[in-house]
Each structure stands twice: as C-alpha cells, then as structure tokens.
Design a protein around this ligand. Structure first.
Ligand SMILES: [Zn+2]
Length: 456
C-alpha cells in the first residue's frame, strides 16, 4: 500500500479537515471551569465521532472526571507491526484577560495563514493532525498501516487527575508498543523537533501564620513576627550564591545526561541574546556550570509562582502565602523531594510563627532512550517531510502521564511537536499555522508508512 496515496488524498481534502478543526476549536473546553462540563462532554462526543468517521471503533469513556475518548483500529492484517497509542487532550487552558485577544478565543479566526483560538496549538490542532491522518487513510480507501489506538483526555491542563486510575484499570485495552504524542512544539519555525524528555513537577503552598488578625504596624510592628518578613527569609534561603537549591538531598538522585545527550542538547541551546529577546529579562540567571538548555532540560529547579499577603495599608499581616513549584528531572522521587522541602521549610521557620504546607501529589520526570528504534523511524519520517532532521529536545515542562505510560504500559513515548515555538501557548492569541498542520499530517502519515513496512 502506498502512503503517497494517503498524502495525495490529504492534499485534496485538507480544507475539509481544516474546517473540522475550526469546529473542534469552538468548544469552550476549559477543564478548570466547572461550568464547562457540558462543553467538555459535547467535545468528547465530537472527537469520538471524528475517529469513528475515520473507521476506528471509538467510544467516550468515563474516568470519574471529564470524559476521555478511546478508539482502536483493531488488529491489522499482515506482518508483525507495532501498535501505537496516540495520546492527546481536548481540554484547554483558561483564556486569561479576554481583552488581550485580537479575536475571541473560542471563535477560531484565520489570519496570515494561522488559526487563532484557545487550544489551536495546545492541543486540539495537534490532535486534529492525527485525526486527519486517519481520515486521509480512510478516505483513500487504504488499510491502516499499523494498529492504532487513541486516548484523548479532557484533564491534561488540570494534571490528568483521573487518568492514572483509568490507565491502571484498562492497561490491557490500552496495551501498545509505543505512545505517540503531539503536544510540544518545533524547535524553530523551520526546524522540527523530537522531544526526548519532560520534567516532573511538585506544587507547594506555604503559609506563614502570625497574629490572629492584621495589626497596626505602628503599634505592633517590631514586637511580633511579621509573617511576610519571615516568608521572605524562608524563600531567600532556598537558593545559594551559585543559584543551586539548598534543600538537603535535592540533587541526590539527579541523573546526569550522557555525553551524547549533552551534545544533542547543545544543538538546541539558546544564546544569551536569544534568551533575553525571548523573555524580555535583562540577563540569563540560573544554576552555575550549566547552559540554558541544560538548566531547562536536565536540572531541577524551584520557583516562587506567586505571593499573597497584606496590602498597601500600614499593617503587620496576619499571614503570608507563597505558591511554589519545583521542576524535577530523572531520577528524582517526588515523595522524597516533598519530604525534604517540608523539613527545610520547618527548619527555617522560627517558633514565633506557625507554618502550614500543602502539596500537589507531584509527578516524575520522563526520558526516552535516544537509541530506541522507533525514535530513529520518527527522525527519518520528519527528515523526509521537513528536509532536515529534527533536533532532539528536552522539554522544561511536564507531561505527568509519560512516566505512567512507561510504568503501566511499558511503553516509551515518541513526542513529535508540530506547533510553532512562539505560538502563545497558555497566553492570549494562541495560534497554529495551517502549514504546520499540513506538514504534521504528512509527518504522521510517513511515520505510519515506515512503521508499517515489513522489517527487511
Ligand atoms: Zn497540552
């Protein structure tokens, strides 16, 4: 069978698939917003119908939270080929300040060859890449080159809360050789990327409690502990002069990248100028002895995300809160880091205040072996489509489900990212280039075609 035929079919019908993508983007699937439960379910059903329309057995499955969609091509005839599980998500981030959007976030608008809408890149547009590939095969009357299963969930943006139990209960149904994910971006506008690793995460909320109500700072300032002052002192104690995290044991289990991995990483490094341009920050800052790409991809970090206390009134606030996240790398154990963090905070807290600490459950980092045969096939497919090999990327962000796929299904993940690196992910005016959609579908089809070839 000829993948070229499927690609020709895609070229002929892509406008139809793109119109369907616009429809997909009209569902206001903000998983964090409990009032959107109806939109969530309607969208899950829409995804199910799309996959069923492409010839897969598809169903909406209950997870205990927002529903997910599962689909399966069923076994394919012929030689022994791998089974792939395509994972993605149909939920999206909140829209933020709506006045900053040039067009409404849930009214997808095409401008300058790009679709602007919340979820266009993360992740509906990229889910649609895979759906369109299935439809092109189906519309061309071709058999599926390999067995494909789909798991499209509705809670990725809220930490995939219910997916772990679903995965554990349905491991046999989801059984696969590899997971295929498009939820990352290209390295640059014309350099494709394969993501090899993602970091883990722990979220912490630290509240320092002082007096039982806000006090007049003229009457009581300097006579009792000020929770804001104490919290600032605790936060300042988290890093040393080398910008290393000071929590005892924090680096104990950190796996250093191999020389080959460091070389691959060097290809994706940002110069100081590029970093300054991308962030608007006056200069780079991070753990001494590591490049920007290494800091982002291979080193654990600790960041204060938010602070809450007091006001401009002249008071000693009764309490102060810090929202903190730590990004983890292989082989750090979230439970161990949580315990070490809590202990360090308590040790830094004087007896003149009380401290309360809560945490998210935390998720581990993930890294795929670089020499995996399926990674080589993915590289080849991308090179054929883009005319240059993909760079290997270590993502600074987190996909909590990857270590679970490895643990429960024994499957490594292939992460092909098709979105533009500056696609305003999680920000106003998120976009997905139509060209990236089209190249993405070609990549997926080529990849499936290569995987479906009998081993020679
Ligand atoms: Zn995403």
């Amino acid at each position: 069978m000829s993948i070229d035929e499927a690609i020709r079919t895609f070229d002929r019908k892509h406008e139809e698939y793109e119109r369907d993508l616009l429809e997909f983007l009209r569902f206001a699937t903000i998983s964090r917003d409990s009032e959107r439960a109806g939109d969530m379910r309607a969208c899950a059903e829409w995804v199910r119908n799309q996959l069923a329309g492409a010839g897969l057995q598809a169903e909406v499955v209950e997870t205990g939270g927002h529903p997910a969609v599962f689909a399966d091509t069923g076994p394919v005839a012929g030689s022994k080929t791998p089974t792939l599980l395509v994972y993605g998500h149909y939920d999206v981030q909140p829209v933020g300040d709506e006045t900053l959007w040039k067009s409404p976030p849930f009214e997808p608008t095409v401008r300058d060859g790009a679709i602007f809408a919340r979820g266009s890149a993360d992740d509906k547009g990229q889910v649609m890449v895979h759906i369109a590939a299935m439809r092109a095969l189906h519309d061309a009357g071709l058999p599926f080159p390999v067995r494909l299963k789909f798991l499209i969930e509705g809670e990725e943006e809220i930490g995939s809360r219910h997916l772990a139990p679903y995965l554990r209960q349905n491991w046999d149904k989801l059984a696969c050789d590899h997971v295929l994910i498009s939820d990352t971006s290209k390295h640059s506008a014309d350099t494709p990327s394969l993501t090899q690793a993602t970091r883990g995460i722990i979220g912490k909320v630290v509240t320092v409690h002082g007096p039982d109500h806000d006090l007049h700072s003229g009457v009581f300032g300097g006579t009792v502990a000020n929770p804001a002052n104490i919290l600032a002192r605790i936060i300042a104690s988290f890093h040393d002069e080398q910008n290393r995290v000071t929590i005892p044991g924090f680096y104990d289990d950190v796996r250093m990248p191999t020389d080959e991995e460091r070389r691959a990483l060097a290809e994706t490094d940002l110069s100081d100028e590029e970093l300054i341009k991308a962030t608007g920050s006056p200069g780079p800052h991070g753990e001494a002895g590591f490049t920007t790409a290494e800091r982002r991809g291979t080193r654990p970090t600790l960041d204060v995300n938010g602070l809450q206390c007091g006001s401009s009134a002249t008071i000693v606030p009764s309490q102060a809160t810090a929202y903190i996240t730590m990004r983890l790398v292989p082989d750090q154990d979230p439970a161990k880091i949580i315990a070490a963090f809590d202990q360090a905070v308590r040790a830094a807290c004087p007896p003149t205040v009380r401290v309360s600490i809560s945490s998210s459950q935390g998720s581990r980092a993930y890294v795929a072996p670089l020499d995996l045969p399926v990674m080589k096939v993915a590289r080849r497919a991308m090179e054929e489509v883009y005319g240059r090999p993909p760079v290997i990327v270590r993502e600074g962000g987190t996909l909590p489900i990857l270590p679970l796929f490895k643990e429960v299904l024994g499957a490594d993940s292939v992460m092909m990212g098709f979105a533009d690196p500056n696609c305003n992910l999680h920000s106003p005016n998120e976009f997905f280039h139509l060209r990236d959609f089209q190249l993405g579908v070609r990549c997926v089809l080529r990849f499936l075609g290569l995987l479906g070839q009998p081993a020679s």
